[in-house]
Structure formats: C-alpha cells, structure tokens
Design a binder for this molecule. Structure first.
Ligand code: FPP
Length: 243
C-alpha cells in the first residue's frame, strides 16, 4: 500500500522550512525581571522598568531586522495572582510605555496588536490601547503583538467554541479563530532567564516553532541576543513532521 503525501492547507505546514529561511514571527517570554532586580539589590519595580527598556530596544531591532511580527508576553491571565502593588506597577508601566512609544510606532510603521482580553483593564488603559490600535492599524511594517491578560488554553477553548458554532472543528477552523489569526505562523519562541516551560503562552501556535531557552535575564536582553537567536534559527532545518 502506498500513502500519498498529505497536502495540508495549513499555512504553517506550507512554509518551506529550508535551512537559511529567515524567521517571520518571533515570540518572547520575557522572564527574569524580578531576579535581575534582586541581583542588583533593587526593588522589583526597577526590574520591570528595565524590562520595558529592553522591550523598546528589541522592538526597534525587530523593525530594523524586518521581522514581520514580534509577540511579547507582557501580562498573563495568571499574573493577577501577584501582589496588588506589583500589578499596579505593571499597569503603570504599560500606560507609560504606550504614552511614550506610540508616536514612534506611528512614525516607524509598527502595527500594534493585542492578544488576550484587555477588556478587563482599567478604563483609561482600554481607551489608550484602542487609540493606539486605531492609530497604527494601517501600518504594514512589523506587527508588535502584546499579550495582555492572555492565556493560551483559554484562547484555544474560545477558538474551538467559535469554530464549533460555525460548524467545523478542524485545525484550520481553530487557527482562523485564534487571536493570532492574522499573523504569520510562529517560527521561533524565545524564553529568557533559564526557565524551560511555556507558561500557557502560544501553546497551539508553537506546534512547529523552534524554541530557544536563554540564560540571560530579560532586562539584560539586547538586540544582539535577538540577532544571535535569529541567526541560529536560520541554521535549523525544519521538517514539519516530514523527513
Ligand atoms: C517576568 O518577570 C516578567 C513579567 C511579569 C512580564 C514582563 C513585563 C515587562 C517586561 C514589563 C511590562 C511590559 C510592557 C510592554 C509595558 P518576573 O517578575 O516573573 O521575574 P522573576 O521570575 O525573576 O521574578
């Protein structure tokens, strides 16, 4: 008996995967702000502040490197379990980040996108985000997707439910309902700080992604680390289940 090669219509499986093909979509779990602060005998909030500075530089680098999409895990659906003070600090940093960097996104062709449910955030943050989304929606350079109140299992459950409502629970139908539906397939997932787990981030999207777990703490992550990760990615042969 012979088996024909299944031709999947999934965009992720159509990607050539040849060595040397550049990554289009990179995602980062930005871990280690707290440990960075501890190491430097500073309050945790300073670690998060330095983390935002690292975000700024990495977004600039992603644009220069012509990445199509960068997805960053800024606030998970589980982060609500942190002390109230820390949650307030993170919300304050999010406000400050949008306020200070939005003009740069507008000017530099960065399209902002949110994955996750930011509808539960404070009304002023929701308004700021909606404004930022509207003002960058026509940009066609790098898409910066910020994961806010994001949980991958919840996203998959929602997507499956939506697909079922429309009548077909297939891989393609679920793909089309995910928050990332309008983004290129995820090529590379990076986690900093030496932890080796996905923490409910892009579980579905990571099906064929390369993963790199780096020792560097997030505030120390620089564009050079991103360059190195992308160079390493380009040497990998991706087989998408084939041989
Ligand atoms: C992990 O550090 C990091 C986070 C909680 C999320 C990342 C948040 C930022 C980089 C700042 C906010 C971002 C934006 C875009 C405004 P951790 O506190 O878990 O570190 P630890 O594991 O060393 O304690």
């Amino acid at each position: 008996m012979t088996f024909g090669r299944a031709r999947s219509e999934r965009k992720v499986q159509e990607a050539p995967g040849a060595p040397g093909a550049p990554a289009r979509h990179v995602a980062i779990i930005m871990d280690g702000n707290g440990r960075w602060a501890k190491k430097h005998h500073l309050p945790r909030v300073i670690g998060h502040k330095r983390g935002v500075e690292a975000v700024r530089e990495v977004v600039r680098a992603a644009r220069h490197m012509r990445l199509e999409a960068l997805t960053i895990y800024a606030f998970s659906s589980e982060n609500w379990r942190r002390p109230e003070d820390e949650i307030n600090d993170l919300m304050g940093l999010l406000r400050a980040f949008i306020r200070s960097d939005l003009e740069e996104f507008v000017a530099n062709d960065v399209r902002l996108k949110i994955i996750g449910d930011y509808g539960v955030f404070a009304p002023d943050i929701i308004t700021m985000i909606d404004d930022a989304l509207a003002r960058t929606s026509h940009n066609t350079g790098t898409t910066l997707a910020i994961a806010l109140n994001y949980g991958s299992q919840q996203e998959i459950a929602r997507a499956a439910e939506a697909a079922a409502r429309k009548g077909a629970v297939t891989v393609e139908a679920i793909d089309a309902e995910l928050d990332t539906a309008d983004m290129p397939p995820l090529d590379l997932l990076i986690r900093t700080s030496g932890e080796v787990r996905l923490s409910n981030f892009l579980l579905w999207q990571a099906a064929y992604a390369e993963m790199q777990f780096l020792e560097v703490l997030w505030p120390d992550f620089t564009p050079a680390h991103l360059r190195e990760a992308l160079d390493h990615f380009a040497t990998r042969e991706r087989r998408f289940g084939g041989r």
